[in-house]
Design a protein around this ligand. Structure first.
Ligand SMILES: Cc1ncc(COP(=O)(O)O)c(C=O)c1O
Length: 411
């Protein structure tokens, strides 16, 4: 049977492949970006109560009233953004659905969409599904956005720019000046900004500035975020979109045909958390992630990886090419070969860096590690990574036949 051409360019999710590899080698999975710690009680209790109260049927397609109202209060309180929950907010099945529903609703076949590279894995397939042409602009860890290259990427064919801050995988938190430069280009070229702000509360430096809050951007920004990362509930699939009414209208139609709606009782749980959790919760979240970042960053840089501490999100993109303990015979290891080698020999599994770049676009000496894990797992990973600095070149162990280290480390 033939399959549609649009799927032929899709790669299997590299991250899921690495998870299988981690299982095979009894390795610590620092590939997949989901937390392994509990969600806030308030959220879970409210969702459980909603199920007991038989909130089990379809919610309103564009989101439960209570959640949309809680979101309007949140955007007002945090960012001074006035939004109309009736006409400008849509609840989706995660930020993932929010992004594809938005692109399908606002981009025409052949339109160009600017994407920063390295990028979150889904943006590539998203642009393909929307028949758009991605145009890449580099955004490297620890480096400012190259404003000249950004300006060059805009043309009369540009319809939208995807802006992810704090960014996965670069860890950059875009500054006000960078966001204002993006704003100026969007206004000059009449381009729409689609922002992915899923890590808005996981930040170690700088402030989170929604692009929509900058003068001139309210009417040309689609703001996407969600509950997955802030409340450690990646499996609940609750995300949202804030957009001007006219855009929301089109986005809601696509969303309705794609999914009808997000899980009704879980929307109640997220609404309760948005209203009930106070600033100390968000401060504690960022502080805990900062400690995890420092632990993993120190282990990586201490073992010879070249990396920059991320300003936000929970990933460290690391260059492995200077590691003293790499096998010296034969050609240099590719990022995929290195990720397999590290899983097998050291027992820590990252994601190959090239999966965050277009085909042939780079990343061949990079791997990405997550730090959204409890201290016991990160400390064990740190200890294993440190062994890299004591293994002599070519003299690495073969751990492939070792029994599982501790069942708690398997995910
Ligand atoms: C940048 C970015 N956007 C979106 C998502 C997925 O969000 P959700 O779980 O809300 O679909 C992720 C998950 O890793 C991400 O890193």
């Amino acid at each position: 049977m033939q399959t549609a051409r649009r799927t032929h360019g899709f790669r299997e999710s590299v991250i899921r492949g690495m998870t299988r590899l981690a299982r095979q080698y009894h390795s610590i999975n620092l590939a997949q970006g989901f937390p392994n710690f509990p969600a806030p009680e308030m959220l879970k209790e409210a969702a459980a109560r909603a199920i007991h109260d038989d909130i089990n049927q379809y919610a309103i397609t564009w989101g439960a009233q209570r959640l949309r109202e809680a979101l309007a209060r949140k955007y007002q309180a945090w960012y001074g953004l006035e939004t109309d929950p009736e006409r400008e907010i849509t609840v989706t099945c995660g930020a993932t659905e929010a992004m594809i529903a938005t692109l399908l609703a606002v981009v025409n076949p052949g339109d160009e969409v600017i994407v920063f590279e390295p990028f979150y894995e889904n943006y590539g397939p998203d642009t393909i599904l929307a028949d758009a042409m991605p145009v890449y602009v580099p955004l490297q860890p620890g480096h400012p956005l190259d404003l000249e290259r950004l300006a060059d990427a805009f043309s009369s064919r540009t319809r939208a720019i995807i802006v992810n801050t704090p960014s996965n995988p670069s860890g950059r938190v875009l500054s006000r000046a960078e966001l204002e430069a993006i704003r100026d280009l969007c206004v000059r070229h009449d381009v729409l900004a689609v922002t992915d702000e899923i890590y808005e509360h996981i930040r170690f430096e700088g402030e989170h500035i929604p692009l929509a809050s900058l003068a001139g951007m309210r009417d040309r920004t689609v703001t996407i975020s969600g509950a997955s990362k802030t409340f450690s509930v990646t499996g609940w699939r609750i995300g949202w979109i804030v957009a001007p009414a006219e855009l929301t209208d089109a986005i809601r139609k696509v969303h309705d045909f794609l999914t009808v709606g997000a899980p009704a009782p879980l929307q109640e749980g997220v609404a309760a958390a948005l209203d009930g959790l106070q600033p100390p919760f968000y401060e504690a979240l960022a502080a805990a992630y900062r400690a995890r970042r420092d632990l993993l960053f120190n282990a990586l840089s201490g073992s010879g990886f070249i990396c920059t501490p991320p300003q936000g999100a929970y990933y460290i993109l690391s260059d492995f090419s200077a590691l003293a303990s790499l096998p010296r015979s034969g050609p240099p290891l590719s990022d995929t070969e290195f990720a397999v080698w590290l899983s097998r020999e050291i027992g820590v599994t990252p994601v190959p860096g090239s999966s965050f770049f277009r085909e042939g676009g780079g990343g061949s000496s990079l791997v990405r590690f997550v730090f959204c894990k409890t201290d016991d797992i990160l400390e064990e990973a740190a200890q294993r990574l440190r062994s890299l600095s004591v293994i002599s070149p070519g003299g690495f162990r073969n751990r492939a036949s070792e029994p599982a280290i501790r069942s708690g480390l398997q995910q």
